[in-house]
Design a protein. Structure first.
Length: 149
């Protein structure tokens, strides 16, 4: 699986920490930045990753900022992106099972590297259930199409 990852300065350390678990899971990782801990604006890096997932160039993405909220807001502006802020494994699993999330958002100031690795693993390994959940995603897709006209 090809995954694009990105962070701001507050998520930089956690982004770096999850590269190992992603590689161990067999993922090819493209790092969209930031590549340093100096202050940057999270929308700049959220856009780089979310745009690539929206266009289909990457199957999934992972974004990290201090709380995760900013990155989730940015990513969900893009058609076809279903970004989920996950602070635990159960939420990560449910975001895949029920929502077919394709962007995982982590909170760099709230999540330690070990917990993040477990969240990432759960998110990567959990398939979308389809069924009644597909009908709901279809409604979201229809809404995106109406709003993007």
């Amino acid at each position: 699986m090809n995954i694009i990852i990105g962070s701001d300065h507050a998520g930089f350390a956690l982004k770096e920490a999850i590269k190992g678990p992603l590689a161990s899971a067999g993922c090819k990782v493209f790092d969209a930045g930031t590549h340093r801990e100096e202050s940057v604006d999270y929308p700049d890096y959220g856009v780089l990753a979310a745009e690539k997932v929206s266009s289909g160039r990457f199957e999934r993405g992972i974004l990290v900022c201090g709380s995760g909220v900013g990155m989730a807001i940015v990513a969900n502006k893009f058609p076809g992106v279903r970004a989920a802020l996950c602070l635990d494994e159960e939420t990560a699993r449910l975001s895949r099972q029920h929502n077919d999330s394709n962007v995982l958002v982590l909170a760099g100031r709230k999540t330690d590297p070990e917990t993040a690795a477990r969240i990432v693993r759960a998110w990567l390994e959990t398939p979308f259930e389809g069924g009644r959940h597909q009908k709901r995603l279809d409604k979201i897709r229809e809404l995106e199409q109406r709003l993007c006209k």
